[in-house]
Design a protein around this ligand. Structure first.
Ligand SMILES: [Zn+2]
Length: 115
């Protein structure tokens, strides 16, 4: 016999049932959704913050900045939306349409993708 994933009560009925009641199913699913939403919200906030920082500096569509300037604004290099590798071997990191490329001496080239 199987038991309810939420409360542990024995389940009576169909073999594939996972919960004893609709209430238990809802409670269980709400918990799962809440956790993943908090986790996703934190990441999305970091992505948005990074994007705001790049957009704030790179108003012309192409510019240079330094690592220390980005860090002082709270930029988090662990979070980006995608990577673009060029044929010439450069690796651009993008936050949506704003990208950066590491240059020498902790300088960064900022670019904006044409959409
Ligand atoms: Zn239950």
């Amino acid at each position: 016999m199987k038991s309810c994933l939420e409360c542990g009560e024995k389940i009576i009925g169909r073999e594939d049932k996972k919960f004893c009641s609709d209430g238990c199913r809802n409670a269980y699913n709400n918990k799962i959704n809440k956790d993943s939403n908090n986790y996703m919200r934190n990441i999305n906030n970091k992505l948005r913050k990074n994007y705001r920082i790049l957009s704030g500096i790179n108003t012309e569509g192409k510019s240079k900045t330094t690592k220390s300037k980005l860090l002082s604004l709270g930029f988090d290099f662990d979070f980006f939306t995608n990577i673009l590798k060029t044929k010439t071997g450069n690796t651009y990191y993008f936050l949506y349409d704003q990208g950066y490329l590491l240059l020498d001496n902790d300088f960064y080239m900022l670019v904006k993708k044409d959409i």
